[in-house]
Design a protein around this ligand. Structure first.
Ligand code: DX5
Ligand code: ZN
Length: 218
């Protein structure tokens, strides 16, 4: 039994009005806020860093900030994100393959929850040895870097492999998810849904969130 969680990707928000955009998502029923951190090296785009998390934490003291760290040296940012008030620090295993266990311990020592993310072409076997040591596994369903892409369906069997082996694990999916394809994610056992375009560009974000929440795996 896992909790259904909808985590709108703030990458699709108006960053110039981030606090209000966050509030709009909270008022629309968001459980978490997904914050996409890109370093311009691990992925070909640059977004936000810990200073922005710190300001959002100040405007929203009690809200769960689900930070997806797309950075080549994730360990460099752990302390900054902890101090800024991040709740979850999800790093890419591709960026820490030789030091995954140490990084998990470092993140845990700060009190943040730990997630491991995998890109579409990364085999699920890479994360299986760590899945019972973390709070969440994030299965990317697009190549990370940009919002607004189309879901890559051949990523979905990875969620099924994880769900069959780890019934209580939080399995997050991210990229190209909308009310139209949410059932496919639910069928493979994903319970934490990230959606940027699928929520922000929906004519009624609150309806999009409630539809997703009703359909998602529980
Ligand atoms: C992609 C990011 C996603 C992205 C999802 O690198 O990790 O969180 O914002 O956006 P949509 O839902 O528009 O594909
Ligand atoms: Zn993301």
């Amino acid at each position: 039994m896992v909790n259904p969680i909808i985590s709108p990707s703030m990458l699709s928000s108006n960053f110039a009005d981030l606090a209000n955009e966050a509030q709009r998502m909270i008022d629309s029923g968001a459980d978490w806020l997904h914050m996409d951190v890109m370093d311009g090296h691990f992925v070909p785009n640059i977004t936000i860093g810990a200073p922005v998390i710190k300001n959002l934490r100040a405007s929203h003291p009690n809200y769960f900030l689900d930070c997806h760290i797309m950075a080549s040296e994730p360990e460099k940012w752990v302390d900054d994100f902890a101090k800024a008030g991040a709740n979850m620090f999800t790093f890419h295993i591709e960026a820490a393959i030789d030091r995954t266990a140490a990084l998990i311990e470092k993140i845990k020592s700060t009190g943040m929850k730990v997630g491991i993310a995998i890109k579409p072409k990364t085999p699920i076997e890479w994360v299986i040895p760590y899945a019972d040591k973390v709070d969440m596994v994030l299965v990317l369903t697009v190549e990370p870097g940009f919002g607004g892409q189309t879901l890559i369906e051949n990523c979905l069997p990875k969620c099924r492999v994880l769900r069959d082996r780890f019934p209580n694990l939080n399995i997050e999916v991210d990229g190209g998810i909308t009310v139209k394809n949410i059932d496919k994610l639910s069928e493979v056992g994903a319970n934490v849904i990230v959606a940027g375009t699928g929520i922000f560009k929906h004519p009624n974000p609150s309806e999009a969130i409630s539809t997703m929440k009703a359909s998602v795996y529980k």
